[in-house]
Design a protein around this ligand. Structure first.
Ligand code: MN
Length: 208
């Protein structure tokens, strides 16, 4: 994982068209190669004269914002968040959707939401509730799984949760295929969730 300055855009772990027909190839190309690339380029540019944060990992930058020079703090956080959130999102999808039938995440899901139908309904409600641009997240608080939302490119890293899954609900994530129909995009996203990665995030308590 390319996790330090200067950041580069790591390739997707699957072909751009691999999530068809749920997430279309053109959206994936633009989203990964242009939107994410723009956050990486801007972050590198902002950090080019900030020696004090160049040796920090992406996580450390996001969790230790006091170390970022104040005049650049908001811009650095926006762009570092853009990199973190997008990588998390792309790695959280997969064409090999095996579902979730057993294991610790399955158990936690049952405890927290009773049924997969309830999970889907609550996930959809959380993602629909984001006003404007942002993300909905499935997070683990140490006892239960629950949903939170973040605005723009904010991350949940300073809130003490372990992030398990996120869905990007900026319009650029779905507008070409789903137009303004966020609900149908959410339905399609759920069909390509990489549950194996979600489970690893829960078990390893790591964010990638
Ligand atoms: Mn995006």
């Amino acid at each position: 994982m390319d996790n330090r300055y200067p950041f580069t855009n790591t390739p997707l772990r699957y072909p751009y068209n691999a999530l068809e027909p749920y997430i279309d190839e053109k959206t994936m190309i633009l989203h990964h190669d242009r939107h994410l690339q723009a956050y990486i380029d801007k972050l590198n540019s902002l950090m080019s004269d900030c020696k004090q944060i160049q040796r920090l990992s992406l996580h450390e930058i996001l969790k230790n914002s006091c170390r970022i020079p104040e005049e650049k703090r908001r811009d650095v956080l926006n762009n570092a968040g853009g990199v973190y959130n997008h990588r998390f999102y792309f790695n959280g999808m997969s064409p090999d959707c095996r579902g979730l039938e057993r294991g610790i995440l399955h158990r936690k899901m049952s405890e927290s939401f009773t049924s997969f139908e309830n999970f889907k309904n609550e996930f959809t409600a959380a993602a629909m509730s984001v006003f404007g641009s942002g993300y909905a997240w499935l997070v683990y608080d140490g006892k239960k799984l629950k949903f939170i939302t973040t605005k723009n490119q904010d991350t949940p890293l300073c809130r003490g949760f372990i992030p398990i899954l996120n869905i990007d609900v900026w319009e650029h994530a779905y507008y070409l295929k789903h137009y303004n129909d966020r609900k149908s995009y959410i339905d399609d996203f759920i069909k390509v969730v990489n549950w194996a990665t979600a489970e690893k995030r829960l078990c390893n308590q790591k964010s990638f």
